[in-house]
Design a protein around this ligand. Structure first.
Ligand code: AHM
Ligand code: MG
Length: 338
């Protein structure tokens, strides 16, 4: 690891290559890194202090909210809201967009985030993460609106996540490759550890909640059955890895290759994962790393969200496996509605 390149230095270097840039995006990425430090501090303390447990509130998805979720949400809202670089925010924990408080400086970017994904894993000390997606605003001036965020993922200018795993990592792209930074608690800094991450063109792992297999559409069923076959010239069967924490499952897929999927099923005909908060930012990252992300019929990046909390089927990872999955969907499901 080159311990001389902090995330701030790296972000400053990106800006040096874009002398026309105002520095707002750099400032915003630094604000996110700072929020990540505060969240990871709390996540690391979770087993020590009485912070675990349910608040008793139900979020807009009808799920129980745990205290750390709300802590992460509030930290991001405050840190980013006061940064001066954004005009509007959206959090998976809130139904509607979050406007800046009166008098706060308004910037040129809009951001959506899932403050703490995989929260059902918190009590078991399993990796969790924060995900963010950034657009340059398209409303002309004044406070931003939902229109700044209800856009296809291909219009993102940056996206990333912070993984609270065996170490804390921030991984992001602003259009010039994917870079990973590992948090050094003794220095209090994110240090560049994984420059220009590239996903292997194909892998040996698949990652899915296979408990839902019985009610998946035919294409997903046949695809996964194929990955499990042990005959043929290919290196099969694939090995199954599933954490149930999207950021962690995605990060492993990014590093080792293979495919993560969350197909639609009987209980979730639209899929489970959120397009704006989860699928679109991870799709942006995987494509920057040479991979692919699909809803089964085409790239995630082209889908225009119907609402902030819209869901989508997600197949993401190495290009070989994602392409193969699409061929199974086309063959066994005909024209599945997108
Ligand atoms: P959350 O946003 O409520 O935490 O739910 C999203 C999580 C993802 O992290 C993960 O990929 C998925 O839900 C796991 O779902 P399941 O438990 O159905 O396998
Ligand atoms: Mg989530």
């Amino acid at each position: 690891m080159d311990d001389t390149i902090t995330i701030q230095r790296h972000i400053a270097k990106i800006q040096e290559h874009h002398p026309e840039a105002s520095g707002e995006l750099s400032g915003l990425l630094n604000a996110i890194a700072f929020a990540g430090k505060l969240i990871q501090r709390e996540v690391r303390k979770a087993g020590l202090v009485d912070i675990l447990g349910l608040t008793g509130r139900i979020n807009v998805q009808g799920e129980e909210v745990q205290k750390l979720d709300m802590y992460a949400h509030h930290i991001l809202v405050r840190t980013i809201g006061q940064s001066g670089y954004i005009c509007v925010m959206a959090s998976e924990e809130e139904q509607d967009v979050i406007h800046l408080p009166e008098g706060e400086k308004i910037g040129h970017y809009a951001i959506a985030f899932d403050p703490l994904d995989g929260s059902s894993n918190i009590d078991a000390n399993v990796s969790i993460g924060s995900v963010f997606s950034i657009f340059r605003r398209r409303t002309p001036f004044g406070p931003g609106s939902v229109d700044d965020l209800l856009r296809p993922g291909r219009e993102q200018v940056a996206a990333g996540y912070i993984l609270y795993g065996s170490s804390t990592m921030m991984v992001f792209s602003s259009g010039d490759g994917v870079h990973g930074f590992t948090y050094d608690p003794s220095a209090g800094e994110f240090l560049l550890s994984h420059p220009y991450i590239k996903i292997p063109p194909r892998g040996n792992y698949y990652s899915v909640n296979e408990g839902n297999h019985a009610t998946w559409p035919e294409g997903s069923k046949r695809f996964v059955d194929y990955l499990k076959e042990s005959d043929g010239p290919e290196k099969k069967p694939y090995s199954l890895r599933y954490i149930g924490s999207l950021v962690a499952d995605f990060h492993r897929t990014l590093v080792y290759g293979g495919v993560f999927l969350y197909p639609p099923d009987e209980a979730r005909p639209e899929g489970k994962l959120r397009l704006v908060y989860e699928a679109a930012p991870l799709a942006y990252l995987v494509e920057q790393a040479g991979g692919a992300a699909s809803n089964g019929c085409g790239p995630i990046r082209h889908i225009v969200p119907s609402s902030l909390h819209a869901r989508t089927p997600l197949y993401i990872g190495s290009p070989h496996e994602v392409k193969l999955l699409e061929s199974y969907v086309a063959k066994y499901e005909g024209a599945r509605a997108t």
